[in-house]
Design a protein around this ligand. Sequence first.
Ligand code: 13P
Length: 352
Amino acid sequence: MITAEQRENLKKVAQQMVAPGKGILAADESTGTCEKKFAKAGIPCTEDSRRAYRELFFTASGIGEYISGVILYDETIRQNASDGRSFVSVLQQAGVLPGIKVDQGVKEMDLPASSTRQAGGSPNEKVTKGLNGLPDRLKEYAKMGAKFAKWRAVITIGEGLPTDANIRQNAKDLAAYARDCQEAGIVPIVEPEVLMDGSHDISACRDASKRTLTALFEELEKAGVAIDGIILKTNMVIPAKDCPKQATPEEIAEATLGLFKKVLPKELVGQAFLSGGQSEEEATANLDAINKKGPLPWKMSFSYGRALQNTALKVWNGKAENVPAAQKAFLHRAKMNSLATLGKYSKEMEAT
Ligand code: 13P
């Protein structure tokens, strides 16, 4: 159990992470994910090209105005900028909190031999790796300056999916991770992501998200996690990418907040959305529509990966001479999302 003082410290960091006008940059792609992203853009993927790519974001002038924290990958938290400063110092000096991804990716969920598919999980569903040895890794990251961590669980919608067993296993693992983080003085970003792959509609997303979040908060409570010392990072309630009936930002905001009002505890400080495959402008417009419905009991912010990086990656294209233009593209996206956390974004601002 953590002390009242430790809890207060966690809460302060959580509040900083979702401070008004600010959100999180997810720059924690594993080496494998980076390889795929770079290959698509025709950029060679080496330890140094990944380092140069991250440096572009972390040294963008004024990043701290819009970005409260950056989620780093194990390789990245150990790297330096070209001026010799560690990335952790670069971020600290810009007023940005360093964070760290501590999950080790996903694997197929085992099917217990005796169970039926519905009760026992499915080989088409995933669970997250990384609980073994987690307390020791957290201690090391805390020493290196990490103030928060991230663990991503994925929930798949499909025929008969998600199963209760998969939802429960992911909720239990997220709760165990969150407890380990709080004991190490690190704020856990608790990320259950209902994937937007496929063609399911918005109501299928709402149902799966409702089951997922209900189980999650039950397990967090059972594990003794301080709810005001976490940041939730879940999906918007949104139709799948290939659903023939797409939704407007207004519909997405309504469905998302309708669910959140039923399942999120009031003590929760904030929720920082993932972008999950939305385009950059969709992710901003949807977050803005959600905040236009405020005031809300919790801060609604962003923790975007692709929706903050896609244009910057294209503009950079692996070339040092493109860094200033790529930084400009990144800062523009960060500013648009900052405005969206305040419900003050409009599409016309994209042209500025
Ligand atoms: P996206 O915004 O690209 O979905 O990434 C956020 C993230 O950190 C997923 O774990």
